[in-house]
Design a protein around this ligand. Structure first.
Ligand code: CAA
Length: 698
């Protein structure tokens, strides 16, 4: 197979990139484009079309080549060759046209796009910036605000939007390659000197200067510690102040700096981690079962959110509720959520109608007799879950996959209560389920291979990031949350304030700190679950402050106060003096003299708690890879993506440092809260990383 096929259609030379699955710009593709152009330029052809095989133009540079010694020709050189070609070059943009792919299109003299094409520069999501002229050519084609938005957000646009902002010359609905060939014939004899973007003059007018004002502050706020968006904005600005060759030199220099950065390594790690996690475990074989319709038990916040993800993906869904009123209420809430998305322009009114038409409410389990997948999302109590599974078992057709959305409970026990444990697994969604991307798929001791494959296939269809987990209390994510939250609670007892802990965590990159999250979720939820369980004395001690807050009516945002006080109008938070009193009183009661605690200790105690528990989970086989744990924390718990995830963070800090600290934390009373994970100690001893451990075990 040649990476770039050369064909002739009349007067037009067609270079067809053929590098499945996404036509990434590997060395072979770059070489093929160079040779193809040289051939076309001297072949008597009057124009060239560059297109991609299989409905994708080019999804970008080959990320697997990052960090490897560069191989000539570089992408920038190939794009310069395209631009310098003596005959006009037309890009046939369809499917994913991302990163280096869009940069290739910017090197072409004309761009024809399919309306559905996904056009973007997602480099900042990998911690880099467009490194093959994108930051200099795009501002020479479209207005500064649009160029800035595309380059600093990384978000793709569709063909229609690309036409509206002047990024492409024509849009078409049908076959893009044919349209580009016809277009190339139509412009073949026209002068096109002014279409070489690098030759266009740009200057920093007053209007453009104004457009840059305040942009940095916005980017810093959105980036939450990520450096690439800000560096990318600097390069875009340079396009207006420096001549092209100097702008390109700045882009190159910044690219080289970013590609070697820890942030980019972490972001590339998580990119590949997401894809590895979505694959079937190595011991699983077979094919997924067909899923044409889905049933959900429970139409509350969770059930409704899950139902929305299916309707969003065009899959009919039936929701079972206890009464007609509850059913109507649940479906009305879904409609309201979709209407809100339509009001924000994310979907159309027609989309709302289409989705609503896919949703059916019912109070009878009989309505589930044809469902291929049934997901239970009822109250988190074993007896209730078993009762519901009994009813599902009685009506579901043979071969239906039966899933529980439990966050903590033993799915082996739930499965064993049915007559078909092989069809049972966990599908643990995160709230709000229609927004959050994580889906923990919990495999029981009995789950059939094809049932597991069905859940993985459904995750892909419904655009979730799947991670397979084993059965234990809290699976991967929630199990790790317990020691993390406990450390935060202990820090409070020992002398830190909620604001100090939260601000260390937000500086680390979390969207919110642990106490703000508690206030948002409602402190009464944790309180209730603690009261339902028999706690060990050290567990009681660490939750005393939280208990006292709830008992004094400080339930969090919903009651106007929790760890913090909330302004009724603006919801702005400030110190809650009553909480401070409670914290002081509890410290006194426990005989604790508060001490000064620094940021470093807050980060080490909370983050190393996650890593240590993660190592236990890995050794027990609850997670297949450390990188799966990173995916869970990225998509379920808003872990700062540019840190790669807790386990990758451990690798970047050095496991010896983590292990030594954990052993120290476990001294004396610490032993109640810290059980150093043997795997962590072993890897540290052998100077290994979790990533190496993953590779070793594949
Ligand atoms: N390089 C290497 N491999 C890539 C790749 C790339 N740019 N993009 C995707 N792949 C691989 C994936 O790793 C996956 O491989 P496996 O099957 O072995 O796991 C395979 O292609 C299919 O990918 P997905 O499962 O993600 O397929 P999808 O259909 O769900 O999504 C996609 C397709 C939207 C293109 C998505 O893969 C994606 O977002 N890719 C990254 C795009 C990107 O960031 N491009 C910019 C690269 S950086 C750049 O171009 C820098 C520059 O300026 C020089």
């Amino acid at each position: 197979m040649t990476a770039v096929e050369m064909n002739r259609e009349g007067d037009v030379a067609v270079l067809l990139i053929n590098n499945p699955p996404v036509n990434a710009l590997s060395h072979a593709v770059r070489m093929g484009l160079k040779l193809g152009l040289e051939f076309a330029d001297g072949s008597g052809a009057k124009a060239v079309v560059i297109a991609g095989q299989g409905g994708t133009f080019i999804a970008g540079a080959d990320i697997k080549e990052f960090g490897q010694p560069p191989k000539e020709p570089g992408l920038g050189d190939v794009i310069d060759l395209i631009e310098a070609c003596s005959i006009p070059v037309v890009a046939a943009i369809e499917g994913n046209t991302l990163g280096g792919g869009l940069e290739v299109a910017l090197g072409c003299h004309y761009r024809i796009a399919n309306v559905k094409a996904r056009v973007g520069l997602p480099e900042v999501t990998l911690g880099i910036l467009p490194g093959a002229g994108g930051t200099q050519r795009l501002p020479r084609l479209i207005d500064a605000p649009e160029a800035l938005a595309m380059i600093t957000s990384g978000a793709p646009i569709d063909g229609r939007k690309a036409k509206a902002i002047g990024l492409v010359d024509e849009i078409i609905e049908g076959n893009c390659v044919e349209a580009a060939i016809a277009y190339a014939h139509s412009i073949a004899d026209k002068p096109f000197d002014d279409r070489r973007l690098s030759k266009r003059e740009l200057s920093l007018s007053k209007v453009i200067s104004l457009q840059f004002e305040g942009v940095d502050a916005q980017i810093i706020k959105r980036a939450r510690g990520a450096i690439a968006p800000l560096k990318a904005a600097e390069c875009v600005k340079a396009a207006y102040t420096l001549p092209y060759p100097e702008g390109i030199a700045k882009e190159r220099e910044t690219f080289i700096e970013l590609v070697a950065s820890d942030q980019s390594k972490a972001l590339r790690h998580i990119f590949f981690a997401e894809r590895a996690a979505a694959k079937a475990p190595s011991d699983v074989s077979g094919t997924p079962r067909d899923v044409a319709s889905v049933g959900i038990i429970g139409g509350g916040t969770m059930g409704g959110g899950i139902a929305m993800t299916f309707a969003d993906a065009g899959i009919p869904v039936t929701i079972i509720e206890m009464s007609d009123e509850a059913s109507k209420r649940g479906i009305a809430m879904m409609e309201k959520n979709w209407q809100r998305s339509a009001a924000r322009g994310r979907i159309s009114e027609k989309d709302v109608e289409t989705r609503m038409a896919l949703v059916t409410g019912s109070t009878s389990y009989d309505s589930l007799k044809d469902a291929d997948l049934i997901i239970e999302a009822v109250f988190e109590t074993m007896a209730i879950k078993k009762d519901v599974f009994g009813k599902i078992d009685a009506v579901a057709k043979p071969g239906a996959v039966l899933a529980s959305n439990t966050s903590y409970l033993d799915i082996n026990e739930i499965a064993a209560s049915t007559s078909r444990p092989r069809d049972v697994l966990g599908m643990h969604y995160f709230s709000p389920a229609n927004i959050m991307r994580l889906l923990e798929i919990v495999r029981t001791d009995e789950t059939a291979d094809d049932a597991l494959l069905t859940a993985l296939a459904i995750a892909k269809r419904t655009r979730k990031n799947a991670v397979v987990a084993g059965v234990c209390h809290g699976f991967i994510g929630n199990r790790m949350l317990t020691p993390y939250a406990r450390q935060a609670g202990l820090l409070l007892l020992e002398g830190a304030s909620p604001e100090q802990v939260d601000s260390a965590l937000t500086k680390f990159g979390f969207a919110m700190g642990v106490f703000s999250v508690g206030d948002l979720a409602g402190l009464d939820i944790g309180y209730k679950s603690r009261k339902d369980r028999q706690l060990e004395p050290h567990e009681v001690r660490v939750s005393l402050i939280a208990d006292r807050l709830v008992e004094a009516g400080h339930l969090g945002q919903k009651s106007g106060s929790g760890y913090y006080l909330y302004d009724k109008e603006t919801r702005a938070r400030s110190e809650n003096p009553a909480a401070t009193d409670i914290i002081n009183a509890v410290r006194e009661e426990l005989g604790i003299t508060p001490r000064a605690i620094d940021e470093n200790e807050i980060i080490q105690r909370t983050q190393f708690a996650l890593i240590n528990e993660g190592a236990h989970i890995l050794a027990e086989g609850i997670a297949q890879r450390s990188s799966d744990i990173d995916v869970v924390y990225n998509h379920g718990y808003a872990y700062p993506r540019w840190r790669g995830g807790p386990m990758h963070y451990g690798d970047s800090v050095g496991l010896k440092i983590v292990a030594d600290a954990v052993v120290k934390f476990a001294e004396g009373d610490g032993a109640l809260f810290w059980k150093p994970a043997p795997l962590l100690l072993e890897l540290a001893e052998n100077k290994m990383t979790f990533s190496e451990h993953d590779r070793h075990n594949q």
